[in-house]
Design a protein around this ligand. Structure first.
Ligand code: SF4
Length: 274
């Protein structure tokens, strides 16, 4: 069996109300000495080699990720109408290579090698109490029921509901914030992904913090309701911080001890598309 991953949700998509999707947390493996087995190798967005990262993958349960993206279009169950998703003729900017990690995780699940774990038990099984939880290494976390995400995050530093301080950081983004049927409490965990100032204003008025993807050369916005910062893990910012160190993209949740201080819960974030 796969000792690094656990299924925490299986059922219909909360985005489309249909489909058969699965939520899988990875990064649970331990070495014999009890320390985390898998370390992050993504120095740009996830952290340096010493930073452990747990990740939530959201996948179609019965379909190879590449097939869902390029053939059937069933990636709508996990990505909605995200303008960046692959196969979208307008943008297709999604940086996730579905044929790599998503395929490997899905294949392990399809082979019957990933066991179920109650989301409330993930925190007790996390191999380290420092590092990062990425909600949505692939797929939009809004596809998972809010109740499941809340149970997962309660144990992993979801201070909004309980008070454990196990995982110091998490990141998460959703393009579904404007959908009427989406649970608006997701803003406690996730940033609203936006592509324009107009969308940013709307999301802000609904209580969301925003992560704005802009064209190259665009400036930080100074007229919004909240200050906007450039992602410090971006090329333009010289990769001066990684997500573990920064932790700004955690929705409305209060982050303790973050280098950016109180600003981490108040700022919006901007990044240039490449
Ligand atoms: S702003 Fe911070 S948390 Fe958000 S993507 Fe950039 S480095 Fe990561």
């Amino acid at each position: 069996m796969n000792d690094n991953a656990r299924v925490i949700y299986e059922g219909p998509s909360q985005i489309t109300g249909k489909g058969h999707i699965v939520g899988i947390v990875t990064g649970l493996a331990r070495k014999r000495d009890g320390t985390a087995k898998v370390k992050s190798t993504n120095t740009k967005l996830a952290g340096d080699a010493a930073s452990h990262v747990m990740q939530l993958f959201i996948l179609n349960a019965d379909e190879h990720p590449s097939h869902a993206v390029y053939d059937s279009g069933n990636d709508e169950h996990i990505c909605g109408s995200c303008p960046h998703k692959r196969g979208n003729p307008i943008s297709s900017r999604c940086y996730v290579r579905v044929e790599q990690a998503p395929r490997a995780v899905w294949q392990s699940y399809a082979d019957g090698n990933i066991e179920y774990m109650d989301p409330r038990d993930v925190a007790a099984n996390q191999p380290t109490d420092t590092g990062l939880m990425r909600l949505g290494a692939y797929g939009d976390p809004a596809a998972i029921p809010f109740k499941v995400l809340r149970e997962l995050m309660n144990g992993i530093g979801g201070q909004r509901y309980l008070a454990p301080d196990q995982f110091k950081r998490h990141t998460g983004y959703t393009h579904q914030w404007m959908l009427q049927h989406i649970d608006q409490r997701l803003r406690f965990f996730l940033m609203a992904s936006v592509e324009s100032e107009c969308q940013q204003d709307l999301a802000t008025s609904m209580g969301w913090r925003t992560f704005r993807v802009v064209e190259q050369g665009e400036s930080l916005r100074t007229s919004g309701n909240r200050p906007e910062i450039a992602c410090p893990a971006s090329k333009e910012q010289g990769y001066r911080l990684n997500c573990v160190e920064c932790g700004a993209c955690n929705g409305e949740r209060l982050t303790s001890g973050a280098p950016l201080g109180d600003l981490t819960r108040k700022v919006n974030v901007m990044i240039e598309a490449h």
